[in-house]
Design a protein around this ligand. Structure first.
Ligand code: URP
Ligand code: ZN
Ligand code: ZN
Length: 489
């Protein structure tokens, strides 16, 4: 009997800290050995000329999430995780949305049912808290955190989701007590309403005006408010999908003051701008997401945030809506009357990694170790999966993606595996491409073909994140933290 089930031979193994030419021995789905030469594998994969990286972890994904407006998400757990695997990901963290009035526990169980038997990659859930009743805050959330749902998202905008300031503080206080990490969608609800109504009165209703309705100060104000609340409660927070210099600088400022504020940005803020919608009329709906892609200066700021440590994670915010598909999609009859009805969100789980590899690593902006941190390691650390996930080390799950740094590919809808009927990155040229994805030692995607089985991907019960611990500045609070390994910015 061979010593290893699989040996990956001749590649360059990259983690968040090291670049090493070595072989990887895999046994029982885990990394069993890293050595200059390993020979005794039942199966051998030749990785000469390839990078051997931790599989991507996409910690911001929406799959099969109800919309409540007659539209439908284009990806369920099968198509969404199929696309994730093809794009070099081995774990995704989708959201379990609490429907107002519902029990959080029931809604989480519903997502387990939706995911059961369908996932190609491993997964876990963040909860979305839309209705922080005393029962939710007092019983359900604490019990769910103890059960491994150790992060949740709150919204400062969107009808039906928005929490008021008092509710935000209450949720933050529960997170602090239970050691959970809160993700914040930071945009000012009333300012968006104010602009939306004025734009509609002026007849400016096409999708390109979605961006006009939520300029950067809308995001900056909410980001600052969320940071202030986090400081008041002494709880770390993650500001998600940051799109602008203003918001990025709020996070940088907070981190420089020693606050545990984390940040995330996404591909759409690195490579798209509001100009992509110019002159498109309804075609512009393909790019409608919140916050919106802005201008070139905002792209520069988001790159800065990724490179200087202001942002710790780079996620897709995969929120796939059909472009067509009648009443189900972005161009439904109501959406044609005004941008406010266009479902917000872009597909991106499959294209997230190639875009950053190409624009970051291949163009020389980013070290490959930083790529690994931003796309895998920090997601695992922040969301309670490390070191089982997010690295290549003896004992870790053998979640690995082989990258061909020289391979040129063009992103096209025809080449993708998601359930959506378009990609906002059509025609985008990439240098560097994921050529093989292994989840727990098993090949799930190879050269653009998904070879895994739906149902192989398993649910991950997560631990508390050490990075969600308060600083301990309040009387009766936690002990002071050592310096964050993410740096102070
Ligand atoms: O437009 C977006 N971002 N849609 C997805 C939902 C969210 O806010 O993350
Ligand atoms: Zn959001
Ligand atoms: Zn999202």
């Amino acid at each position: 009997m061979a010593e290893f089930d699989l040996v990956i031979r001749g590649g360059t193994v990259v983690t968040a800290s090291d670049i090493t030419r070595c072989d990887v021995g895999i046994r029982d789905g885990r990394v069993a050995a890293l050595a200059e030469t390993l020979t005794d594998g039942a199966k051998v994969i030749d990785a000469a000329g390839l990078y051997v990286l931790p599989g991507g972890i996409d910690s911001h994904v929406h799959l099969d999430q109800p919309t409540g407006d007659g539209t439908r998400m284009a990806d369920d757990f099968e198509t969404g995780t199929r696309a994730a695997a093809a794009g070099g990901n081995t774990t995704v963290l989708p959201f379990a949305l609490q429907i107002k009035g519902n029990s959080l526990r029931q809604d989480v169980l519903d997502y387990h049912r939706k995911a059961a038997g369908k996932c190609f990659v491993d997964h876990s859930f963040h909860m979305i808290i839309s209705d922080p009743t005393p029962a939710v805050l007092g019983q359900e959330l604490p019990a769910l955190v103890k059960d491994g749902y150790t992060s949740f998202k709150v919204f400062m905008t969107y009808d039906g989701l928005k929490l008021n300031d008092r509710e935000l503080l209450e949720v933050f206080a529960v997170a602090r007590r239970e050691g959970a990490l809160v993700m914040v969608h930071a945009e000012n609800y009333d300012a968006i309403k104010f602009f939306t109504e004025r734009l509609e009165q002026a007849g400016r209703t096409t999708p390109n005006h979605h961006a006009t309705s939520r300029p950067a100060p809308v995001e900056r104000e909410a980001t600052h408010r969320a940071i202030s609340f986090a400081e008041l409660v002494d709880v770390p927070i993650m500001v998600v999908h940051v799109s602008s210099r203003d918001a990025m600088e709020q996070i940088r400022w907070a981190r420089q003051r020693g606050l545990k504020i984390y940040g995330e940005t996404c591909p759409q803020y690195l490579v798209l701008t509001a100009k992509d919608l110019d002159g498109l009329n309804m075609e512009g709906a393909k790019y409608v997401c919140s916050p919106p892609p802005r201008d070139e200066a905002s792209q520069v700021a988001c790159w800065e945030g990724l490179l200087d440590g202001t942002f710790q994670v780079y996620s897709s915010d995969h929120a796939p809506y059909f472009f067509e598909h009648g009443e189900l999609g972005k161009t439904n009859s109501r959406a044609r009357t005004a941008f406010r009805w266009v479902p917000n969100g872009l597909p991106g789980v499959e294209t997230r990694l190639p875009i950053l590899f190409s624009e970051g690593v291949s163009k020389g902006r980013m070290e490959i170790t930083r790529f690994v941190e931003l796309t895998a390691t920090n997601h695992a650390k922040l969301y309670g999966l490390y070191p089982r996930k997010g690295t290549i080390a003896v004992g870790s799950d053998a979640d690995i993606v082989l990258w061909d740094p020289a391979r040129s590919e063009t992103i096209t809808q025809a080449g993708l595996h998601h359930g959506c009927d378009y990609t906002p990155y059509e025609g985008f040229r990439c240098t560097g491409w994921p050529v093989l994805t292994l989840v727990r030692g098993r090949v799930v995607a190879e050269n653009g073909t998904v070879t895994g089985d739906p149902g192989y991907g398993t649910y991950l019960k997560r631990g508390l994140s050490p990075y969600a611990r308060p600083r301990g500045i309040h009387p009766g609070g936690f002990a002071p933290e050592p310096t964050s390994p993410f740096g102070s910015g």
